[in-house]
Design a protein around this ligand. Structure first.
Ligand code: 8X3
Length: 250
């Protein structure tokens, strides 16, 4: 039987590339995100291969998360794979200059949003004693860098939650693992720098950054392993990157 994956943040970047990679693996899709038009467009593209539905919500809206997931048509109600991908960075300021709205956004989306979506899906996985959860963390969740403060804290939280989920869901046979990308060329920096394209593009200049497809291919690999294989924690950087602050640029 075909599996169904629910992907948050599916309208762009790593989420969108993962949806495309999953469609090639014949995995049915529940595409979640805030940009309804982009989700519909991706649905139209992928519907030729697999069954696709969209859920338009913001992971910060707790009621909406539960209502929308509850409202799934019956053929999409069984979620075999959950990709907790929605997340972003807001600002790159020192702790003393940090903006409270930026802090709220990062903690609400990257931490609380991930928790809400997981809480909406885990009960059915517990009931069936099967399921696979992949949390998209970051190198920023392994190593703090200058001005990364709250963003790094949110991704350290994802690392802790990934471990916590794996421990608590172990007896139910649910697989839990994280994929932690380093510098990946998506809208990430554009969002971080609030639409400043020039500043954003500089982040990826002078070296070959990871592309969303590189990470999607790894996520595809993770979910297609035999059941007894759980890839618990994977950090992926461009070859030019050695750590959060060491990047070999020309
Ligand atoms: C994205 C990687 O280094 O820009 O989470 O924080 S980094």
């Amino acid at each position: 039987m075909k599996k169904t994956a629910l992907i948050t943040g599916a309208s762009s970047g790593i989420g969108k590339a993962t949806a495309r990679a999953f469609a090639k693996e014949n995995i049915n899709l529940v595409l979640c995100g805030r940009n309804e038009a982009a989700l519909k467009e991706l649905k139209d593209e992928l519907s030729e291969r697999v069954a696709v539905t969209t859920l338009n919500f913001d992971v910060r809206n707790r009621t909406d998360v539960f209502d929308k997931i509850d409202s799934l048509p019956s053929q999409f109600q069984q979620i075999d794979i959950l990709i907790n991908n929605a997340g972003n960075a807001h600002g790159l300021d020192s702790i003393q200059d940090g903006n409270l709205d930026d802090w709220d956004a990062m903690l609400d989306i990257n931490v609380k949003g991930l928790l809400y979506v997981s809480k909406a899906i885990i009960p059915q996985m517990m009931e069936r004693k099967s399921g696979h959860i992949i949390n998209i963390g970051s190198t920023a969740g392994k190593e703090v860098y200058p001005n990364g403060n709250v963003y790094c804290a949110s991704k350290f939280a994802v690392d802790a939650l990934n471990q916590g989920m794996r421990i608590d869901l172990n007896k139910a046979g649910i697989r839990v693992g994280a994929v932690n990308p380093g510098l990946t060329q998506t809208d990430f920096s554009k969002v971080r720098f609030k639409g400043d394209e020039e500043k954003a593009s500089k982040v990826y200049q002078g070296f070959q950054a990871l592309q969303p497809e590189d990470i999607a291919d790894i996520i595809r690999f993770v979910v297609t392993r035999p059941y007894h294989v759980n890839i618990a924690d994977l950090t992926v950087m461009p070859t030019a990157q050695a750590s959060s602050t060491i990047v070999n640029k020309n």
